[in-house]
Ligand binder design. Structure first.
Ligand SMILES: C[S@@+](CC[C@H](N)C(=O)[O-])C[C@H]1O[C@@H](n2cnc3c(N)ncnc32)[C@H](O)[C@@H]1O
Length: 237
């Protein structure tokens, strides 16, 4: 959680997204990772619409019901599509600049805030996309994170989220032995400025289902794709 608070202060991702949104050409957002060389983070991905969504993302949209909290809404891709469908959605986002972008893009209900502290309302659906469960940071924090989400859910509510089994990253090499292999350290860099390092969690289905069961939740896989990504629904047992 500390890492995300620090990220908010610098808001490196938000600065790059805002520049892209304002039409700056050649925005170079670099992602430093603990598993390999720095990667270019394509900022346009944050602005994808229905025509850009993967099958898995479309299925996520189709499975949203009732009031929705889009957790870590980014530039509002999902919030805008849900609004379009007449669904009541609140976009929760820790990055001030991303919140500003969402308002300018027409997202009606934007809340700047941290999901670890959020208490404004409860929802029928919590939506966490683009590996939204990554916000848990570590496998150790996953049960606490799921409990946190549960507190934001109305009775009978659901969590719709995606994650990936990233074993493929270690093919031909050894998985880390000092931590769960799905825990990655990331750091954004934009225009020569580095953000804070933050932890991001990718969970394989079995590990994820176990963490859900530990806090009285049940995981159902809705779809898997050939990139080892999966979409799931999490509900009370
Ligand atoms: C990978 S992006 C996903 C964006 C969006 N869901 C999408 O699919 O386009 C994760 C987002 O979560 C936001 N975020 C990170 N930590 C957060 C927290 N603790 N509470 C709320 N939002 C957070 C980041 O600023 C970032 O915009």
């Amino acid at each position: 959680m500390f890492a995300f608070v620090m990220m908010k202060q610098k808001d490196i991702q938000g600065r790059a997204l805002l520049d892209y949104f304002l039409g700056k050409e050649d925005v170079q957002l670099v992602l430093h990772t603990s598993y390999g060389p720095p990667e270019q983070m394509p900022t346009e991905v944050f602005f994808r619409d229905l025509s850009d969504f993967s099958k898995l993302e479309i299925l996520a949209l189709e499975n949203c019901r009732g009031t929705v909290l889009d957790v870590g809404a980014g530039a509002g891709s999902f919030a805008l599509e849900l609004q379009e469908k007449g669904i009541q959605v609140t976009a929760l986002e820790i990055s001030s600049l991303s919140c500003e972008i969402m308002r300018q893009r027409g997202v009606e209900k934007v809340e700047e805030g941290n999901i670890w502290e959020y208490s404004s309302a409860k929802y029928e659906t919590l939506l966490l996309m683009m590996n939204g469960i990554g916000l848990a940071g570590t496998l150790e924090s996953l049960p606490a994170f799921l409990s946190r989400l549960k507190e934001c859910m109305l009775p009978g509510g659901q969590i719709i989220c995606d994650s990936s089994d990233i074993s493929y990253l270690y093919k031909g090499g050894k998985k880390p032995t000092d931590k769960y292999f799905g825990e990655i350290d990331y750091c954004y860099e934009y225009e020569g400025e580095m953000g804070e390092v933050f932890r991001w969690l990718y969970a394989d289905v079995i590990t994820f289902a176990r963490a859900c069961a530990a806090v009285g939740l049940k995981l159902e896989v809705l779809q898997r794709n050939r990139y080892d990504q999966f979409l799931c629904r999490i509900t009370g047992q």
